[in-house]
Design a protein around this ligand. Structure first.
Ligand code: C5P
Length: 297
């Protein structure tokens, strides 16, 4: 389990790590802390004995991403990520840069992950805002396949796609999942949803497929966005009365979430937990409770 150090200063990060010392062994440094404190944040975490996942989600032309991955590798972090949606050439450049940099600096190579679909996006946002006309699951699998083809080690995905990814990508594939929300005390875990392969009538584009003739450009009708090609209208979700023993998990801006236990059982390798720890009155107690639920850090 990795704590997301989503704080805005080195002092806050250092204080949080101090409180979590002895409870957790790893942390995640993302764009907020890195933009504010820079490499000193990584140094601080490493000095305190935490291993670091650098979550900067690089997404740029291959040459720039390769150069950024080289610099990130130099810090001695154990894991980093890029956006898999940056394409095959970009992902390949990242994977190759990590190998080369680790060799040049004589340090272990960091694991390189592809971010699939952000946990804050649901199907509607993916289709209407990002313009991807498939299901979230199909797109996650598509991007994970692309990441593997590029030589990356694994991917970042929401807890709800872990089972699917494990099935499709095998045991060696590293799966990191944010969007973790512990049950409120006294809450009862819901029954796990069965793992379903994505809808064939809404298939993802094949990786390594043959380029099709370009479609003529058509402006979309904003008031009536098209259904995905070949898609089938789904039924409206039935209205469910709230279950008092199963109150909905607090989600913040995350949409596709799960409890720590469920994410682990589904096959995640690393859980990233932010606000349930950083926003708790007693971060050490919150982290300890999750560690106990998982059976170890
Ligand atoms: O506070 P919370 O537990 O939601 O934090 C989740 C962390 O994981 C944040 O730092 C967020 O940037 C990160 N993350 C994510 N979704 C991804 C990749 C990373 O939420 N796909």
């Amino acid at each position: 389990m990795l704590v997301a150090l989503d704080v805005s200063s080195l002092d806050e990060a250092s204080a949080l790590l101090g409180r979590l010392d002895g409870v957790l062994t790893g942390c995640k440094i993302g764009s907020q802390l890195f933009t504010s404190a820079g490499p000193a944040a990584i140094e601080t975490a490493l000095k305190r004995g935490f291993r670091v996942f650098l979550d900067l989600k690089f997404h740029d032309i291959p040459n720039t991403v390769a150069a950024a991955v080289r610099e990130a590798t130099r810090f001695g972090i154990f894991m980093l990520n890029i956006h898999a949606s940056g394409g095959l050439a970009m992902a390949r450049a990242a994977a190759e840069a990590a190998v080369k940099a680790a060799g040049d600096f004589g340090i272990p190579r960091p694991l390189c992950l592809g971010v699939t679909v952000l946990t804050s996006l649901d199907r509607k946002a993916l289709q209407r805002e990002v313009g991807v006309p498939t299901s979230v699951e199909a797109h996650v699998l598509h991007l994970a396949g692309l990441a593997r083809e590029a030589g990356l080690d694994g991917c970042v995905a929401s807890p709800q796609e872990i089972g699917l990814l494990r099935l499709a990508m095998g045991q060696e594939w590293v799966i990191v999942t944010p969007g973790i929300r512990p049950l409120p005390s006294g809450g009862v875990e819901r029954k796990a949803e069965p793992v379903r392969l994505p809808d064939r009538r809404n298939p993802p584009l094949p990786t390594g497929g043959v380029e099709r003739k370009a479609e003529p450009v058509r402006l979309p009708d904003r008031r009536n966005p098209p259904l995905p090609t070949g898609g089938v209208e789904r039924g409206v979700e039935p209205v469910r009365l709230p279950d008092r023993r199963n109150p909905p998990l607090p989600t913040d801006d995350q949409v596709r979430i799960a409890t720590p236990r469920r994410a682990l059982a589904a096959g995640a390798d690393y859980l990233v937990v932010g606000r349930p720890i950083t926003g708790a009155q007693d971060p050490a107690a919150a982290a300890t409770a999750i560690v106990a639920e998982l059976g170890g850090p």
